[in-house]
Design a protein. Structure first.
Length: 733
């Protein structure tokens, strides 16, 4: 016989228990209803003034692992439910369904919304989270939920509980926004949008403004603002990496115009290639491509690199890889570093993206002309109602990588902000400087390791390098070598400590040695150059030259010398090749942190039309002796009576025409004697005695151009030092 309990609460439905269900079950059900009223009332959803009665009975047959079930007005519990606790939990869950049946008929067919609401209001979130003590990642929870054949399974409910447990709520006693934002659609006549698993994940995903600007050349973080290190859903910004990691040729696909995912801009072609799909960010093309070849979603060789740079997991399908399902995340910093590698390895992909402002997602804007030629990819993370939760622009130009994220906005609305950031960051200091390195040592013995993540970057995809020292030249044959997260630490033979090199190494074969009969073996090596070229920023290059040439210089003298060193990098003594790192050009031994003076120098650079020599100089007297045999090996047999004037050496030497022999006075640049004899500077005088030539002089260096010691003593400004030495204005033209 059925037992009838009338409850005192005005808005509580009449609850009947029958079929052997204990009478106290009605009280549990009533309390659950009251709790749900409180939760939904706080979200603006009114409970029914006269709720319809609810019957609670038993069922002899239910699917495995299903403790209860509901139909409007009726709850059925499994016969012999193991414990009162289990029965109470099942009742609270089913009362949530009953409440929705009465206040939100529009959601009756939305099983996911019903289950999420029931778990969120019944207190099951905590219970399911502790279900077996093992960790369930958010990505796996969303994956399990998306693939589940039934929402009544233990794995589905656990996945739902995991997502709901992470959902940000406005205050204690409130419901997750993914649920509460649908309550207005409960009104009669409103349109109901079914809840999707990705809508729950979208609420979990943090969104915030972020900005990162890094150098393509050195990897230096030039500017960082906002939540630059916060992993966030990435929208469509990883689509270029799908193209770069393609396991084979990319297809040309027929556009399926009737499908929403194929709504990819105006005047859409009937057949779409990869370049067009990338520029239009066409989801349908990428989804259909992945359906043909599921290997696409792993990003090929780019997958491991993206994980190393902070991608939160491996994509399981195309919707994850292209950001439709916002399960996976990466930070703005990680994305910028990934685009730096992509730009180095795949200039062809950058060429496609450089058409964005003309024919892609940033076209037809007031600022499109200012973005012309900029390689850019946009991405947008949408909520359940297709409103923007997070917009992205990743952009690459000749010198910079810029990644900008804006919460609640689409990329087209903040393209002007991108233009402003690019204009701010485009400084001469961040332009490239190329230098041939290690030309005087056996290149096979030069080893290095990356202070972060090191990669060789062939076209087929990044190849991670070991964490220990590796031969630079050997790996540079495979592709450019880039270090993410720190500089290269280079070990040279017989060097005690490694040198930092913030930049990219490439293989560039030096020309075959020419005949330099008057040069020493070391000079021949210096003039030939090196097969290894290093690219960094002008600022880092100048800092390296200053540290090697005169680390003691300070103030205006250092600014002047830094401007000269920077200008010289544009006038290599190796025609058609980069400047070298030896005294044949100007010494460079790595990239120390730039000083304030070097930053000043590059903020107002000098561009001379030719090489500007400089030397340590000074007035300190010196006295050196060299054998006559060594001097004659440099100047020629019989060389004697040396005289020095105006940076040149004259001497008497022997000459012959094959028949006759005579003596004549010859004249050469003093440097052709000073350097091979390793004299501190061009001598002031020399004399011979007992098979030895004695040299005397003052200062250090070749004595040409800028006397650095004089500059230090002068008290002049950098502009005046350069003007008095070279007759130049000291400023860029």
């Amino acid at each position: 016989m059925a037992t009838l309990l009338a409850l005192a609460l005005l808005a509580t439905p009449e609850i009947r228990v029958e079929g052997g269900v204990p009478a106290e079950a009605a009280a549990v059900a009533a309390a659950a209803w009251e709790r749900i009223e409180q939760l939904t009332g706080a979200e603006g959803l009114a409970a029914p003034a006269s709720p319809t009665p609810i019957r609670i009975g038993t069922a002899s047959i239910l699917p495995p692992a299903v403790a209860s079930t509901s139909h409007p007005g009726q709850i059925l519990l499994r016969e012999g439910l193991a414990s009162r606790g289990a029965a109470a939990a099942a009742l609270r869950h089913e009362m949530a369904h009953q409440f929705l049946f009465q206040v939100c008929a529009a959601a009756s067919a939305d099983r996911l919304f019903h289950e999420a609401f029931a778990i969120a209001t019944s207190g099951e979130v905590v219970d399911w989270g502790r279900e077996d003590g093992t960790y369930l990642s958010l990505a796996k929870a969303l994956r399990d939920l998306s693939r589940a054949p039934s929402l009544d399974s233990r794995s589905s409910r656990r996945a739902l509980a995991r997502l709901l447990s992470e959902a940000p709520v406005p205050a204690r006693g409130r419901l997750p926004p993914a649920l509460s934002r649908r309550f207005p659609a409960c009104e009669a006549g409103a349109r109901w949008n079914p809840l999707r698993p990705e809508d729950l994940a979208s609420d979990l995903a943090p969104t915030a403004d972020a900005l990162v600007v890094i150098s393509r050349h050195s990897g230096e973080v030039i500017r960082s603002a906002g939540a630059a290190a916060l992993p966030m859903p990435f929208g469509s910004t990883l689509k270029p990496f799908l193209i770069a990691g393609a396991p084979g040729p990319t297809p040309v696909l027929t556009a399926r115009r009737g499908q929403g995912a194929w709504r990819c801009g105006a005047a859409m072609p009937n057949r779409m290639d990869a370049a067009t799909a990338l520029l239009r960010s066409c989801n349908g093309w990428f989804l259909d491509w992945a359906a043909r070849d599921p290997r696409v979603v792993t990003f090929g060789k780019w997958g491991p690199a993206l994980l190393a740079l902070g991608l939160s997991g491996t994509s399981s399908d195309a919707s994850e890889a292209i950001g439709i399902r916002p399960t996976l995340r990466i930070s703005a910093l990680g994305l910028a570093q990934a685009y730096r590698l992509l730009a180095e390895a795949r200039p062809d992909v950058m060429d496609i993206l450089s058409r964005n402002a003309r024919e892609g997602t940033l076209s037809r804007l007031d600022v499109s002309s200012a973005l012309a030629g900029l390689a850019a990819k946009t991405g947008t993370v949408l909520d359940a109602e297709a409103n923007p939760r997070l917009g992205w622009i990743a952009a690459v130009d000749r010198d910079l990588v810029v990644v900008m994220a804006r919460s609640g906005r689409t990329p087209r609305t903040f393209a002007r902000e991108l233009v402003a950031e690019l204009e701010r960051a485009r400084e001469p200091a961040y332009q490239p400087a190329r230098v041939q390195v290690f030309g005087l040592v056996p290149l096979g013995d030069v080893k290095a390791h990356c202070a972060g993540h090191g990669y060789a970057l062939p076209r087929k995809g990044p190849v991670p390098l070991p964490e220990e020292d590796v031969p630079l030249l050997e790996h540079a044959h495979a592709g450019p070598l880039a270090c993410v997260g720190g500089p290269w630490l280079v070990h040279l033979p017989d060097a005690e400590a490694p040198r930092p090199y913030a930049g990219i190494f490439t293989f560039d074969a030096a020309p075959s040695p020419a005949s330099w009969p008057a040069a020493t073996p070391r000079e021949r090596k210096a003039r030939r150059g090196s097969d290894l070229v290093f690219r960094t920023t002008r600022l880092f290059y100048v800092a390296g030259v200053m540290a090697a040439e005169d680390a003691s210089a300070r103030g205006e003298a250092r600014v002047a010398l830094a401007r000269i060193a920077d200008s010289n990098a544009a006038h290599s003594r190796h025609p058609g090749r980069a400047v070298c790192d030896t005294t044949h050009c100007q010494v460079f031994r790595g990239t120390p942190a730039p000083s304030r003076e070097e930053r000043r120098a590059l903020a107002k650079p000098l561009r001379a039309e030719h090489w500007l020599p400089f030397a340590r100089g000074g007035l300190e007297p010196w006295h050196e002796a060299r054998s006559e045999q060594l001097v004659q090996a440099v100047l020629g047999a019989g060389a004697r009576s040396l005289d020095f004037r105006s940076g040149r050496v004259s001497f008497i030497g022997s000459a012959n025409d094959g028949t006759n022999q005579w003596e004549e006075r010859r004249d050469l640049p003093c440097e052709s004697l000073r350097r091979p004899l390793k004299l501190p500077s061009c001598p002031g005088r020399a004399w011979a005695t007992a098979g030895v030539v004695i040299f005397e002089g003052r200062g250090q260096g070749h004595g040409e151009g800028l006397d650095v010691e004089w500059a230090k003593r002068s008290g002049l400004t950098a502009e005046e030092i350069i003007r008095q030495t070279f007759g130049l204005s000291g400023e860029a033209p």
